[in-house]
Ligand binder design. Structure first.
Ligand code: UDP
Length: 239
């Protein structure tokens, strides 16, 4: 553990990371690649908890825009994250990493209910804990879940893996060639500049809990390892 900067991390994986080139659904080939990347870091002795998103399945907001009741639409979104969590658990266990899935909405036949002390115990026993079903409440996001669970388990940092973007920019670098990359920021700067990183609930909670956030490109092999070893890739948000 000599060269490890972050010994207990909360990784936020968006649903898109599990869809691969499909946009929607789960692509087991990509999930396997994700699992192998995570295993490399787990092998270093880093304690890893993961919050999975569900955007590859369903977004509550989109359902509401088409006339659904928002809470009902959000519950569908939360169930989508559970499917992703089970796929990730399958792949992680296939590469030999012990895992537990904990859900914020009880479904005991397939996962444990979320119990903070039990989650911490799993981490201490070197199991990866995957948090599914978001916060269990509509109107929230899995980014907010990441900020909440990171604080609850006393994580050293939130690692936000982005698809194809290597940090936080002043504008979307995929569409705006003048977009500038930030090496460091504060949570308050994200809020005041209106930067598209996490939603504002997640940013303000991270500010209140003083939780560091590292945003980095997940599409480059070995990047999670670089981040936990303290290499300055991506954007670091502190304070
Ligand atoms: N969601 C929710 N409460 C939560 C977390 C998630 O209602 O605490 C729902 C919400 O409808 C959201 C969907 O689950 O659109 C998928 O989560 P998210 O959009 O955060 O996934 P990601 O963009 O990270 O893939």
């Amino acid at each position: 553990m000599a060269d490890i900067k972050y010994k207990r991390v909360l990784m936020k994986l968006s649903g898109e990371a599990l869809a691969g080139d499909q946009v929607r659904g789960i692509n087991p080939i990509f999930v396997k690649q994700v699992a192998e990347e995570i295993k490399e870091v787990h092998d270093l002795g880093v304690e890893i908890a993961i919050v999975v998103g569900g955007g590859n399945m369903w977004r509550g907001e989109a359902g509401a825009e088409l006339g659904m009741e928002r809470s009902q639409a959000d519950y569908i979104g939360m169930l989508g994250t559970v499917m992703n969590a089970l796929a990730l658990q399958d792949s992680l266990e296939n590469v030999g990493v012990p895992t537990r899935v904990q859900t914020s909405i009880e479904m005991r036949q397939i996962a444990e209910p979320y119990i903070r002390r039990k989650a911490v115990r799993h981490l201490e026993k070197n199991r990866i804990v995957i948090f599914a079903a978001g916060t269990g409440s509509p109107y929230f996001s899995t980014d907010t879940t990441a900020a909440l669970r990171a604080a609850e388990i006393n994580a050293d940092a939130i690692l936000m893996a982005k698809n194809g973007v290597d940090g936080i920019y002043s504008a979307d670098p995929r569409t705006n060639p003048d977009a500038e990359k930030f090496d460091t920021l504060t949570h308050l700067e994200i809020l005041s500049k209106g930067l598209q990183v996490m939603d504002s609930t997640a940013s303000s909670l991270s500010m209140d809990t003083d939780m560091p956030l590292i945003v980095f490109n997940f599409n480059e092999t070995g990047n999670i390892k670089r981040v936990v070893e303290g290499e300055n890739i991506g954007t670091t948000v502190k304070g």
